[in-house]
Design a protein around this ligand. Structure first.
Ligand code: MG
Length: 385
């Protein structure tokens, strides 16, 4: 039986890499659906090449254009506000959740409610929903398979049968393009410099998050929820080569790590095929060619975003939701050149301080808190510009 897959956010970096794996294994997978926000031109190329049954286009203008220009396609085309939910009616066994930001939350929640297994690349959805998503997943017996490379690495070496013997997990971070620099050297960083990640080829938002280290902060929160690890059981180390993707330390002194070249197609392939393994068309790691693997502690003074994220996790309740929403607003503003690089973390900090902290018990409450935090962040933004 082929595994039926739907890719949320198919024109992004993870979406494209997923299609690359799918193409090599069409004997194992059936492509049910693709979703995009606005990029209907690339969607059309994907439709012609990979022939899904259904597509969903979130943006109304893009949806209307795609629909009127492609009346000859044998394809169901969904649009409108609920299209990212409606596409789940086509019953995939597995979704790749690779929409960027909290915009990807509702499809993940709905898939979990329907008992559909999830390959999670959209870390923001777990960061902003935390215990609520975990509870839906538990109730519906859903497999939540991490695609984020660090969490996928931990997942590969995390022995559930020895969970009580796990002392800590170690998330590695490349440090981004500005590792080694100090705050005064980051004042005039331009968006085009911030998106140039040294090792990974990724979308703009996550590249900026890597440059501020907020990405590692979001991953810290993600790891806490995915692996039920306490805050003092999670450590972050800077590892500029991005070869050791993360580690698990056991009480007997064993440190189990997953290594590989920095290519998202490895974690994607593992999530798609779990518990089996399938081949991935990537350059394999040759240890003899690796001259140096170095590790160091993060520079929290220069890159305060990581500690800010950990602080939000310590507060708990809606604080990670606020942190994530403010960060999305601030990163978008930085990419539009409305605010300087150092103001990204500052706006997140200010928003976290100003917003009301409250318990979250429902998905609707998450959405309300996300919107409120965005509004506060936008107010601070107007003062920065
Ligand atoms: Mg990652």
């Amino acid at each position: 039986m082929k595994k039926k897959i739907t890719i949320f956010g198919s024109t992004g970096s993870v979406g494209n890499s997923t299609l690359d794996i799918y193409e090599k294994h069409i004997d194992k997978f059936e492509l049910i659906g693709l979703t995009v926000n606005t990029n209907y031109e690339l969607l059309l190329e994907q439709v012609k090449k990979y022939k899904p049954k259904v597509v969903a286009i979130k943006d109304e203008i893009a949806y209307q254009k795609f629909k009127t220009e492609n009346t000859n396609l044998e394809l169901i085309i969904l649009g409108g506000d609920s299209c990212l939910i409606d596409i789940l009616d086509f019953k995939p066994d597995f979704i790749i959740a690779s929409i960027v930001g909290s915009a990807g939350l509702l499809p993940v929640i709905k898939a979990a409610e329907l008992g559909i297994n999830i390959g999670l690349a959209n870390k923001e959805s777990l960061v902003c929903s935390g215990a609520i998503l975990k509870s839906i997943i538990r109730t519906n017996n859903v497999k939540l398979l991490p695609i984020d490379s660090e969490h996928n690495a931990i997942f590969q070496v995390f022995e559930n049968s020895n969970k009580d013997e796990i002392e800590k997990i170690i998330l590695t971070a490349s440090g981004g393009p500005f590792i080694g620099l100090k705050s005064h050297e980051l004042k005039f960083i331009k968006p085009e410099e911030a998106v140039l990640h040294p090792n990974w080829n990724m979308g703009k938002k996550i590249s900026v998050d890597s440059a501020t280290l907020m990405n590692k902060g979001l991953e810290f929160i993600e790891a806490h929820y995915l692996f039920d690890m306490r805050i003092n059981q999670i450590e972050v180390l800077i590892h500029p080569q991005s070869i050791v993707h993360s580690c698990v330390q056991y009480s007997d002194g064993s440190l189990l790590a997953q290594l590989g070249t920095p290519d998202m197609r490895t974690p994607i392939a593992y999530a798609m095929s779990y518990p089996d393994r399938i081949s991935a068309p990537i350059k394999k790691l040759n240890l003899a060619e690796v001259e140096n693997l170095s590790f160091s502690v993060p520079d929290h003074d220069t890159f305060p975003a990581l500690n800010l994220a950990i602080h939000s996790l310590k507060i708990g309740k809606n604080a990670p939701t606020i942190l994530n929403a403010a960060n999305e607003i601030a990163v978008e503003a930085f990419l539009k050149k409305s605010i300087p690089f150092l103001s990204i973390t500052k706006i997140v900090d200010l928003t976290l301080n100003k917003a009301n902290i409250c318990e979250l018990t429902t998905v609707d409450e998450i959405i309300v808190e996300d919107m409120k935090a965005r509004k506060i962040a936008l107010d601070f933004l107007s003062k920065e510009t």
